[in-house]
Ligand binder design. Structure first.
Ligand code: SF4
Length: 236
């Protein structure tokens, strides 16, 4: 599998280029909160909600004083306000109980597996969120799997799974060293621009020579616009 992933990564780089990385790695807690906000909405609205929090609170300790209904007012634009404010509140309260200052700086010392275990124990924090922390905040060689990455990897024939979490574990530890960021980011781009959910645009796809998808129909529709993934490289 590693060799196939390497080939895909190279073909995508040839087509899309090497995706730029942010100069400053986002704080792990910023990434978690950004990822919670990004669920089921578009980049623009989740980023506005994230900025509402960052611009109105000096740090996450200040936000932790609020009740979920108060947090909801700041993040309403990202949708699912009740659910997301509860998740953020729960996370901040759990961290508050555990340590004096609300921060996740200690995880830097831990292995990927330890971080996955610790952070998924918080309500509302799933494998996808933690994998974003590992890649974007800690620069680990981990590929988060969202709906685009899951769909494209199944169509290409790298995995045969029925949900993103299973796809994540199938490819875990099989990404060539240093390739996770480009592989992840370019697969999302592939999923938005070519390998769209309903009808993939195979004729122009940079992976058509190696892809195992059988029904390579012609498609000339518009680019797929919606997604549920905030540009986590850009958090500050
Ligand atoms: S060839 Fe078609 S199915 Fe395969 S990755 Fe490209 S767009 Fe998706």
């Amino acid at each position: 599998m590693k060799k196939k992933i390497q080939k895909i990564d190279q073909l995508l780089i040839n087509h899309f280029g090497i995706p730029p990385k942010s100069k400053r790695r986002p704080d792990p807690l910023d990434t978690i909160i950004g990822t919670i906000l990004s669920q089921n909405t578009n980049d623009s609205n989740s980023y506005k909600a994230y900025r509402n929090l960052k611009d109105n609170f000096k740090n996450w300790d200040q936000l932790a004083i609020l009740k979920p209904s108060q947090i909801e007012k700041y993040i309403r634009i990202a949708g699912l306000g009740k659910q997301k404010s509860k998740a953020i509140y729960g996370l901040l309260q759990s961290l508050k109980k555990k340590q004096k200052r609300i921060s996740l700086n200690h995880i830097e010392r831990n292995t990927d597996e330890q971080i996955l275990e610790e952070l998924t124990s918080f309500n509302g924090v799933g494998v996808k969120t933690v994998s974003c922390v590992l890649l974007f905040s800690l620069d680990r060689n981990i590929c988060p799997v969202d709906t685009h990455v899951h769909r494209t990897l199944n169509r290409i024939g790298i995995v045969k799974t029925n949900n993103p979490e299973k796809t994540f574990y199938e490819i875990l530890n099989k990404i060539p060293a240093g390739a996770a960021h480009s592989f992840h980011t370019n697969l999302i781009r592939l999923g938005r621009e070519f390998c769209k959910p309903a009808v993939p645009n195979c004729p122009g796809c940079p992976l058509k020579s190696i892809c195992k998808y059988e029904d390579k129909t012609v498609e000339s529709g518009k680019a797929y616009k919606t997604n549920n993934f905030m540009l986590l490289d850009n958090l500050d």
